[in-house]
Design a protein around this ligand. Structure first.
Ligand SMILES: Cc1cc2nc3c(=O)[nH]c(=O)nc-3n(C[C@H](O)[C@H](O)[C@H](O)COP(=O)(O)OP(=O)(O)OC[C@H]3O[C@@H](n4cnc5c(N)ncnc54)[C@H](O)[C@@H]3O)c2cc1C
Length: 374
């Protein structure tokens, strides 16, 4: 006797978006979350940017799910009263040596179906943002921002309306396969328990590797190792007149110390990147970090006042590669990767995971449906 049709481990934006998609397909869904509330980890500690789909290799999952996710996310926010804005972003070349790379990014975006980018001269860029300096820029009109807390809350509410449930304060400490179903062991409010389900989705962010390793490490499949990389954000503690997001040229997978707005109009800078061994959200406001932030921001906003930078928060990327290694795609692994039917495990769901979340939900739904009909 199976207790529930689908269990999803993790109530971040991706676990909730998967739950939302599966409940809309008529599945009975239960989400287990170890924290006291939904969306308190990576989903609460990011830039809140709805990415256009500029940077990712054409045909990759990141590119496809970002472009599709952006479309779904704007519509979901509109339908559900979640604050979001298509404020647009300027991608700036601050030296002549960066102009070729800017043009290459515009071409890459077009290959991803993002064909609304507009190349700007420095003068045109300054008409949009009078305080920035650059030699050329490109405007991405479909880039925007979303209130991530509002999004997570709306996803949770939608799920409940479809009779799906999230049980918080419930840490899953083991999953295994028993015959044709899964057994999920957990501690809920300190009390141990277990239940069985037909389908299992691991959307546990930093916790995904540890959870599935005992079940999946046999055979040829290698469970991706999750490696945390911290990113600090400073907010601007003074007035400003920015209306667009401003991004410097990326450095590999790192998008640089960018300027973002939130849906309340506040300006924030970051995130930097610092590989680490454990999840640590403590802000390290060292002199060196402040100097680096100030120098990086000055490249596109020479007038920034170092004293106006106020420590804000730290987010931790769940990376599945190490420093200097090639950047892999989103690790959304179904039976084709690990061989276990009715199981999807998500690894390395860093940016643009927030933008892509609703498209990821549909993609996971398709993977589970395919398993079921094969
Ligand atoms: C610094 C930073 C900036 C970013 N900026 C952007 C951006 O601007 N735009 C964008 O599109 N994306 C951005 N991202 C990426 C985006 O934030 C993530 O892709 C997304 O939030 C991941 O959601 P998630 O649900 O997978 O993870 P999480 O939000 O971490 O959720 C996982 C959940 O699983 C729970 N969990 C873990 N283990 C267990 C267990 N054993 N039992 C029960 N529960 C468990 C955790 O408590 C957590 O709530 C950024 C990420 C970072 C780190």
């Amino acid at each position: 006797m199976i207790d529930v049709e689908v269990v999803i481990v993790g109530a971040g934006v991706i676990g909730l978006a998967v739950a939302h998609a599966l409940a809309a397909r008529g599945r009975e869904v239960l989400v287990l979350e170890r924290n006291a509330a939904v969306g308190l980890e990576t989903s609460a500690r990011n830039s809140g940017v709805i990415h256009a789909g500029i940077y990712y290799p054409p045909r990759s999952l990141r590119a496809r799910l970002c472009v599709e996710g952006k479309r779904r996310l704007y519509r979901f926010c509109e339908d559900n009263g979640v604050a979001a804005s298509r404020c647009g972003k300027l991608l700036v070349a601050t030296g002549e040596n960066e102009v070729d790379r800017l043009e290459a990014l515009v071409a890459n975006a077009a290959a991803n179906g993002v064909d609304d980018l507009v190349m700007l001269t420095a003068a045109q860029a300054r008409e949009l943002e009078p305080d920035i300096t650059c030699v050329a820029a490109c405007l991405s009109p479909s880039t925007g921002i979303v209130d991530t807390h509002g999004l997570v809350t709306a996803l949770h509410g939608n799920l409940q309306a479809r009779h799906g449930q999230v049980v918080c304060d419930t840490g899953v400490n083991g999953v295994d396969r028993v015959d044709s179903h899964f057994r999920v062991r957990f501690a809920s409010g300190g009390e141990p328990g277990e239940l069985t389900c037909e389908r299992l989705v691991i959307a546990a962010g930093h916790g995904a590797t540890a959870l599935v390793e005992p079940m999946l490490s046999e055979g040829g499949y290698r469970v991706p190792r999750t490696r945390p990389a911290r990113g600090h954000y400073y907010r601007l503690g003074g007035p400003h007149r920015f209306r667009h997001l401003v991004y410097p040229m990326p450095d590999g997978a790192w998008l640089g110390t960018h300027l973002t707005l939130d849906t309340g109009g506040a300006v924030r800078f970051g995130p930097d990147i610092e590989w680490c061994d454990t999840i640590d959200y403590a802000f390290d406001d060292s002199e060196g970090r402040r100097r680096r932030f100030h120098a990086e921001i000055r490249r596109y906003w020479p007038g920034v006042d170092a004293d106006a930078l106020v420590p804000d928060y730290v987010g931790v990327r769940p990376k599945i590669y190490g420093p200097g290694e090639p950047v892999p795609d989103f690790g959304i692994h179904g039976a084709a990767e690990h061989g276990a039917e009715n199981l999807v495990a998500l690894f390395g769901m860093e940016s643009p995971g927030l933008t892509s979340s609703l498209a990821i939900g549909e993609h996971v739904g398709d993977l589970l449906d395919d398993t079921n009909t094969s």
